[in-house]
Ligand binder design. Structure first.
Ligand SMILES: Nc1ncnc2c1ncn2[C@@H]1O[C@H](COP(=O)(O)OP(=O)(O)OP(=O)(O)O)[C@@H](O)[C@H]1O
Length: 312
């Protein structure tokens, strides 16, 4: 879907993005993570040509973006940013309709798409379509921002710290919703964050940037098990590593035959959630059920602990 080769951006005499090669598979979420100033936003913004590269090449769906008119390119790629960038004097419906209208869609098709997106993002049409951005909560504005970025069904969505302004609870919900929506729509997402938890939670693959260099580019489990260097290791955080690991596995994968008492755990809950439930209820084991409530066996503290250990 995206092919970056030797991508470089120099400001003054500093390469803020330095010779980056990266291949992003269609239909996946790739998260670019790194400390402040590491070049994440610059890298992202070169994809839709808000920033022009000094050197290197970007192909999106096989097309060299430098050869496409910038305004056309930007209409074909969704872009969502931290403070949502909503037009303050336009209603929610008009904001979401921005790109389809620029593309000259017919009015009924635009209206239907706005309704469809508002439903997808759980914004009641009757209640919210006519409101202005300042009449929404931060979380609602964030959903409108992402709905607007997805309005013209772009195959590619770029997101720059889209959840940065949200409180932790709303943020967790927004991440879960985005993941579910991405799985339904198959949109390819390239997302920038400085938050490793978010990267591990959302990313099919994670790209770690430091000082303009791409330090490691791999699935989360590989980055946790084999960080490329001390910087990546530090970014993960030694204390958090086993817990990150547990967020990647499901209770269902640790089920064993046998019985246990107390409230059951859902097989699709993460091992991290399972660990929390066991510790909090003071149990060493819990029964596990599938989505229909059928008993599958039990999960024990020991089996969860085994899965938190560094793979050999
Ligand atoms: N237009 C510009 N002119 C000069 N330097 C720039 C320009 N834009 C960005 N930079 C510099 O490039 C470096 C990378 O910036 P960038 O915004 O890509 O970092 P980032 O990793 O996204 O950081 P943050 O997480 O703080 O947003 C920074 O040192 C920044 O000061």
């Amino acid at each position: 879907m995206i092919e970056l080769s030797h991508l470089t951006k120099v400001y003054g005499d500093i390469a803020v993005v330095n010779d980056v090669d990266m291949h992003v598979e269609a239909g996946t979420i790739t998260v670019i993570v790194g400390t402040s100033g590491s070049g994440k936003s610059t890298l992202l913004r070169m994809v839709n040509r808000l920033v022009e590269p000094t050197e290197g090449r970007i192909l999106v769906q096989g097309n060299d973006v430098s050869k496409m008119p910038a305004h056309e390119l930007r209409r074909s790629i969704g872009y969502a940013i931290q403070n949502h960038g909503l037009f303050p004097h336009w209603t929610v419906a008009r904001n979401i309709a921005t790109v389809p209208m620029l593309l000259g869609w017919d009015r009924r098709k635009v209206a239907a798409r706005v309704e469809e997106l508002m439903e997808l993002f759980q914004l009641d049409h009757a209640q919210f379509a006519g409101r202005y951005p300042h009449e929404l909560s931060g979380g609602q504005q964030q959903r409108v921002g992402v709905a607007r970025a997805m309005a013209a069904k772009p195959a590619l969505l770029l997101m720059d710290e889209p959840f940065g302004a949200l409180d932790p609870i709303i943020r967790g919900k927004a991440q879960a919703d985005l993941k579910a929506i991405q799985r339904r729509t198959g949109t390819t997402i390239l997302l920038v964050t400085h938050d490793m938890d978010e990267a591990i939670h959302l990313g099919d693959r994670i790209a770690v940037m430091d000082g303009g260099n791409l330090k490691q580019y791999a699935p989360a489990a590989d980055i946790l098990a084999r960080p490329a260097d001390a910087f990546v290791d530090d970014l993960i955080g030694a204390v958090d590593r086993p817990f990150h690991y547990l967020t990647l596995g499901s209770v269902g994968a640790a089920v064993e035959p046998g019985e246990a008492g107390g409230a059951p755990l859902a097989a699709d809950a993460s091992l991290y959630e399972g660990l929390g439930a066991l510790l909090w209820s003071g149990r060493k084991a819990a029964p596990v059920v599938d989505a229909a409530g059928t008993p599958l066996g039990r999960v024990t503290l020991d089996s969860i602990a085994d899965r938190a250990a560094r793979p050999r």
